[in-house]
Design a protein around this ligand. Structure first.
Ligand SMILES: Cc1cc2nc3c(=O)[nH]c(=O)nc-3n(C[C@H](O)[C@H](O)[C@H](O)COP(=O)(O)O)c2cc1C
Length: 102
């Protein structure tokens, strides 16, 4: 799952740890972006984003309904300290787009 807003991305990678680590390394070396921050890395029992290979949402391009549903988050930049200090808030934001992003 990949969110984009005002030049920042927020992304969840799920899978076997070796596969995730390898992809993370590849993404971290990608010159198209800088300032990578790992918000949280954890073992999970069940995937939250298993239905698609990659969902993408530009938060600058939301419908009125989506704006209403996600209003708590939309004024906060994706690289705000609130997400680094409370990764569950970041996860809730990403999960809240699960139903609408394909
Ligand atoms: C913000 C950002 C997120 C990315 N996320 C993914 C991803 O989830 N999966 C993926 O395969 N590549 C992702 N990429 C692209 C990789 O960095 C890389 O270009 C891609 O995996 C192709 O690598 P390859 O040419 O070695 O196959 C992302 C790139 C950026 C800039």
């Amino acid at each position: 799952m990949l969110l984009f807003k005002d030049g920042n991305f927020m992304q969840v990678l799920e899978g076997d740890s070796s596969v995730v680590d390898e992809l993370y390394l590849k993404i971290s070396r990608d010159p198209r972006h800088t300032g990578l921050i790992t918000l949280v890395r954890r073992h999970i029992l069940k995937r939250s984003f298993s239905d698609w290979k990659m969902g993408f949402k530009d938060l600058g391009d939301l419908t009125q309904d989506e704006k209403a549903a996600h209003s708590n988050f939309l004024d906060i930049p994706l690289n705000d300290v609130v997400y680094a200090s409370s990764p569950d808030v970041a996860f809730k934001l990403l999960e809240s787009f699960k139903k609408t992003v394909r």
